[in-house]
Design a protein around this ligand. Structure first.
Ligand SMILES: [Cu+2]
Length: 253
């Protein structure tokens, strides 16, 4: 690790409850690829060693036996490598990524509307009354706060162009598409401050589209939300139509 720049070859630190499953998939992929590379290179070295004195090449690709052998090897390799990744990905999709039962059923789930625009992330919380689109909604700019240990259910859209919401430390990536609401959920495993990034090139200041995600203790989060909600009610301006982006929460995932 390069301490001065914070750069490292390793994956970003995993601060989420489920990111380890993505990392395990990547690790499996790397191990299988490494094994394949070893086999192929070993085979190549063996061929060079065995035939290095031969002066005339003898093609043997034309026999039925050799073609069957190559096809069988290719199919077995595909089945083992891609089959393993496919089956394990399905487990992750079923149990985590598309399992909206978890945020639906968990009573403390934080619902978060995120709107991307050139070049910031607007985040809307329902506020003290628990309903979106009311005077006590809390809106932040590129400053997302969530409590530790509870599901965070994100609904994401965009005002202008396609953006990509990325939370590298939570292994979350989701497209922000104008005119539609995409959703995902994640859960923080520990407190801290991490990066929110845009992973779709979205214009000249794309590189500025960077925010922070702060994971707080549940009591601290509740205190922050209560105070922010109180301030939002005081500052509410019914005529400020630009501030009233947002949508009725889509309950059915
Ligand atoms: Cu962007």
């Amino acid at each position: 690790m390069d301490a001065a720049s914070g750069r490292t070859l390793a994956l970003p630190e995993d601060a989420s409850a489920h990111g380890h499953r993505i990392d395990a998939l990547l690790a499996t992929n790397h191990r299988l690829e490494g094994l394949l590379a070893l086999v192929v290179l070993g085979w190549l070295a063996l061929a060079v060693w065995r035939f290095h004195k031969a002066r005339r090449a003898a093609a043997d690709g034309g026999t039925r036996r050799s073609r069957t052998l190559v096809l069988a090897l290719a199919l077995v390799t595909f089945g083992v490598v891609d089959g393993t990744l496919f089956v394990r990905s399905l487990g992750y999709v079923d149990e985590v990524l598309w399992n909206f039962e978890v945020p639906v059923k968990h009573p403390d789930t934080v619902r978060l509307e995120v709107n991307a625009r050139q070049w910031t992330w607007e985040a809307r919380y329902a506020g003290e009354d628990g309903r979106f689109g009311t005077a006590d909604d809390v809106v932040t700019w590129s400053d997302v706060r969530v409590p530790v240990g509870v599901p965070v259910w994100v609904q994401l859209s965009s005002t202008d162009v396609v953006h990509g919401l990325a939370l590298p430390n939570f292994r979350v990536k989701l497209d922000a598409v104008p005119g539609r609401v995409n959703q995902t959920w994640f859960q923080a495993a520990r407190e801290g401050t991490w990066e929110v990034a845009c992973y779709q090139h979205c214009g000249t200041s794309h590189y500025k589209m960077r925010g922070t995600l702060t994971v707080m203790a549940p009591e601290a989060y509740r205190a922050w939300l209560r105070e922010a909600s109180r301030q939002a009610t005081r500052a509410y301006d019914a005529a400020d139509s630009a501030a009233h982006w947002g949508w009725a929460w889509k309950e059915a995932p």
